[in-house]
Unconditional design. Structure first.
Length: 257
């Protein structure tokens, strides 16, 4: 039997899922408002002409391309990738990379702000009995997902450093993802470390790894605890936004029993 598991969060009006200024705003127009709109399209139409006096429902959204469950393109990280090639935007993502064998790595027991290193990745692969293959899509449980919907979400969970990111993508992996707000450790926690040692190599290091080796990255995944470490197909086709740094996706795991 085939099972589908939704790995996406819902876009919600005013939900504190992003820093101030980036929180989604959704305006809902109900069926009564829709009836008034329809009169503009059909001169002479009366409310009583419509079924129950009701028209269409419509929503308008004010979003960032990084709202909700979304995929970052290499253009988000830098104008260049692969050591000097033009970075791909989200509309230029190869569609063949948007589905493939899913691999879930569980780092949810790490402390908030923990920086995942290559050795952490290798130990988790050994635990689940897997070796990366070209085309694998690697998804990480960060420990931050349980805080979704609260301001704490922005500072919870662990993330990937430069070396761990390159360790994954250099093995033929084109797409990675996390259930945290960012692929990197939470930015406010990294900022605290930067204030202490002023080491610029800590700044957005997982993302900046894409300058050396281009890759696509999913953020704000959900329900990764409901899928097995391996043995499922993952789908992540992004909305096609011309020349954009990211696009929203409906992330889905398909499991064949």
């Amino acid at each position: 039997m085939r099972q589908f598991i939704d790995l996406s969060v819902a876009l919600e009006n005013g939900l504190p899922s992003d820093p101030p200024g980036m929180v989604p705003a959704i305006k809902y127009s109900d069926h009564r408002a829709g009836a008034e709109m329809m009169k503009l399209f059909f001169p002479g139409l009366k409310t009583e002409d419509l079924p129950g006096g009701l028209g269409w429902a419509v929503e308008s959204c004010e979003l960032s391309t990084h709202s909700g469950t979304h995929m970052d393109a290499p253009w988000h990280y830098h104008p260049d990738m692969d050591g000097g090639a033009p970075a791909l935007t989200i509309d230029r993502m190869p569609l063949s990379w948007c589905m493939g064998p899913g691999v879930v790595l569980d780092f949810s027991d790490r402390p908030d702000g923990y920086r995942i290193e290559p050795a952490d990745v290798d130990r988790e692969l050994e635990r689940i009995g897997h070796r990366f293959a070209p085309g694998d899509i690697v998804l990480a449980r960060s420990g931050g997902a349980r805080y979704w919907g609260s301001p704490e979400y922005l500072v919870r969970g662990c993330g990937f450093g430069r070396d761990a990111t390159l360790h994954i993508v250099e093995q033929g992996v084109h797409v990675v993802g996390t259930d945290a707000w960012s692929w990197d450790p939470p930015l406010p926690l990294t900022a605290q470390k930067f204030r202490q040692n002023h080491d610029p190599s800590l700044v957005w290091e997982g993302h900046f790894a894409g300058i050396e080796k281009g890759y696509f990255q999913i953020e704000k995944l959900a329900n990764l605890d409901q899928v097995p470490p391996t043995g499922f197909t993952f789908f992540c086709f992004p909305i096609k936004i011309k020349d954009a740094s990211a696009g929203w996706i409906r992330a889905v795991a398909m499991i064949d029993d």
